[in-house]
Ligand binder design. Sequence first.
Ligand SMILES: *[C@@H]1O[C@H](CO)[C@@H](O)[C@H](O)[C@H]1NC(C)=O
Ligand SMILES: *[C@@H]1O[C@H](CO)[C@@H](O)[C@H](O)[C@H]1NC(C)=O
Length: 304
Amino acid sequence: MALMYKELRVLLLVVMLLSRDYGVTSLELLELRVPAHVPLGTRAELSCRWQLGPADILYSVKWYKDGKEFFRHVPRDQEPRRKFPLPGVDVEKSSTNGANVTLAPAILETGGRYRCEVSGERPLFPTVSDHADMIIVALPDQGPTITGSKIRYQIGDRVQVNCTSGRSRPATRLAWYINGEPAPTAALLTPTHQVHSDGLETTSLGLDFKVKSKHFRKGDLKLKCLATIATVYWRSNEESVQGEKLKGYSRSRELTEGASRADRVQAAGKLGGSAPALQLTHCLLIFSATLLQTLPTRLHVDFV
Ligand SMILES: *[C@@H]1O[C@H](CO)[C@@H](O)[C@H](O)[C@H]1NC(C)=O
Ligand SMILES: *[C@@H]1O[C@H](CO)[C@@H](O)[C@H](O)[C@H]1NC(C)=O
């Protein structure tokens, strides 16, 4: 019994010493915030949070980009906050304790790996650091454009359209939606990328599917192309087409499904001869205002 008590006391003492020791060297970096994507010409706010141990005194806060120091806060220096020139890294302002630095304006060279390093005073100079990457984004100057669409489609027609992004860096991601649902993979072509001499890229994504009755379930076929760059860019273009569900619909579908474009025209022509049947085969597609702006002549000609 006595022995156990003694052991327990030793154990307690060890635990106390350990936690005391731990307390002395517990300088800790709590959080480093570096925006992952920063649009060209905007501000980037970086922040670093740390916690000093009970016996620690802050010696320095240093900021590095790609291994090169660009800002330093040393409280006991005559000049406690100093900037060091680095291409693309322009410290617009900094907080008194060096925890927050604002870079502006962001240019392509501003992108890179940022490190915050915090050190305690002598004799031990405990040091902690963390890093994070920043990508500078050149936003497209225009939204995605949809090309290749026809004015009229019938059940069985193939919709073959292209979505092309504006020029950006990094490349824009495109996605197609049919009636608000992501387009099935089978309807998507492989995206193509084009790199321009200035380093900016355009992306194209083709959509190819056969019009089925289900696409007009709510009397409306909507094709939407969504362009995104990480979380900083999000823009879409939508074409809305209307289809009328008429009597004898399935019959006309049978007639035209699987037919080529030429066959369809022929089929429609034949039906045109037999009076009201023409209406049954036709789903008139009316494009939304967005497309009206891009295709005024075609639309006009078609409706004349
Ligand atoms: C520093 O940045 C953090 C996180 O962005 C923010 O909460 C805090 O208010 C900023 N402090 C100062 C002094 O600007
Ligand atoms: C879509 O764009 C690509 C690349 O510009 C082109 O090769 C293809 O023919 C276009 N397809 C349609 C349906 O317009």
